[in-house]
Design a protein around this ligand. Structure first.
Ligand code: CTP
Length: 405
């Protein structure tokens, strides 16, 4: 491998699927942010994107077999030195070969010698992804501690759509960065767990063009989803009006209103090990929703009559889906922050309450956040102003400590 100093070493495996071209963008993101990347395409990947492209973009030699440069024993050297292996796209055939432990090319041989975290981003047609053989292979890899990102739903090779699309390169990169930052396979402490995260802010329509809403951007909830994915969880993200791309590997359910969020959360709650309600859910909605745009007319405006929305957090805390489920709420407060947060924790009946002090330039639509996390068991953890990703990990640390074995 090239001399790298302290640059993180990433192995980028690329398999023979149409999404191989998207791996060029992923490679660029790694190299431009200072990673030393060794690209290991399979033979069939080269039918989609040629060796020259990988070599030029990575600045490293590109080899597919274990016999070239045999004096360096490349599969051992590359595997041992890697800080992270990412395979994107991974085909059904590759997953099968990896499960059996084949070593018939440099990529599979390297995976047998690597001891660093491994992130796999499968992409294939829906039928191939849903086939029992592929699902069994994915389950086996996850049991072994490999982070297998669930493919996105969307346009596939032809005009067809469905699950099987490679997540956006920027989102695969975000998961990879989180995994690298935490380092070591020991941090896959959410492997085998299903977590549900709600994010964003609900909008309660008055008419077809107007709504009552709030300033939540969804960033904290999306950071929670990404952090959980990087810790090996299966993630369902229920997102309300968040203008953010789907985190790679998450099942994303987009909703608009509080009622839609309630339906989506209640549907997945029974199978969840943990639920984090980071969304800003409207407490009230207009009593009526006009079918046509309201006209201002000449008369003074009538007050808007409101009715109460169901409290999703209180509902899921009362009707726990399964024993040992951990439920987390968020409290956005402007005054008597801790006292109000403590009251809210008791009233809602959840296990943890993340208390944010909010106001102009605080918490909303920013990259950073500070919080006090209160536990129903009397614990209190203060997290200073940090990146939302770091606060997300602090929350998952507390969730993991409370999960049933
Ligand atoms: N929440 C919910 N369903 C609602 C309202 C809120 O599940 N209808 C959840 C939020 O996702 C958050 C927590 O409850 O996790 C706290 O929400 P917040 O609006 O701050 O609390 P409220 O109980 O509405 O109290 P208040 O508005 O009086 O501060």
């Amino acid at each position: 491998m090239a001399a790298t100093g302290t640059r993180p070493r990433v192995v980028l495996g690329v398999c023979g699927g149409i999404a191989a071209y998207k791996a060029c963008e992923l490679l660029r993101r790694f190299t431009e942010s200072g990673h030393d990347v060794r690209v290991l395409p399979t033979q069939s990947a080269l039918k989609f994107v040629g060796e020259t492209t990988w070599a030029a973009l990575s600045g490293n030699p590109v080899v597919t077999d274990v016999f070239t440069d045999a004096h360096d024993v490349p599969h051992v050297a590359i595997g041992r030195q890697a800080d992270l292996v990412v395979v994107a796209p991974a085909t059904a055939d590759f997953l099968a070969r990896m499960v059996i432990g084949r070593s018939d090319d440099l990529l599979t041989a390297t995976l047998l010698t690597a001891r660093c975290p491994v992130v796999i981003a499968p992409a294939m047609h829906t039928e191939m992804w849903e086939h029992a053989a592929t699902q069994a292979n994915v389950a086996t890899l996850r049991e072994r501690g490999v982070i297998v990102l669930t493919p996105a739903i969307g346009r596939l090779t032809g005009a067809d759509t469905g699950i099987g699309r490679l997540p956006e390169p920027g989102e695969i990169f975000a998961v990879a960065q989180t995994v690298l930052a935490r380092g070591g396979a020991a941090t896959l402490d959410l492997a085998g767990r299903h977590v549900v995260v709600s994010a964003g802010g609900t909008r309660e329509p008055l008419d077809p063009v107007r709504f009552l809403g709030n300033r939540s951007s969804g960033r904290q909830g999306f950071a929670l989803a990404r952090a959980a994915l990087a810790r090996g969880a299966e993630v369902t993200l229920v997102a309300a009006n968040a203008a953010l791309p789907d985190p790679a590997g998450a099942k994303v359910v987009r909703v608009g209103t509080a009622e839609e969020m309630r339906t989506a959360v209640l549907e997945v709650a029974p199978s969840a090990d943990a639920i984090v309600m980071a969304a800003a859910v409207a407490d009230f909605r207009p009593m009526t929703r006009a079918a046509s745009k309201l006209k201002k007319g000449d008369a003074d405006p009538a007050p808007i009559a409101l009715t109460r929305n169901a409290d999703i957090l209180a509902e899921i805390s009362t009707n726990r889906g399964r024993g040992g489920q951990v439920i987390v709420g968020f409290a956005a407060e402007t005054d008597d922050v801790i006292a109000n947060g403590r009251k809210k924790l008791a009233a809602k009946g959840c296990d943890l309450m993340v208390i944010n002090e909010v106001g102009e330039h605080r918490a909303f639509d920013t990259e950073e956040n500070a919080a006090t996390i209160l536990g129903a068991d009397g614990t209190s953890v203060v997290v200073p102003q940090v990146a939302k990703e770091s606060l997300a990990h602090a929350i998952w640390d507390l969730v993991v400590a409370r999960l049933a074995p």
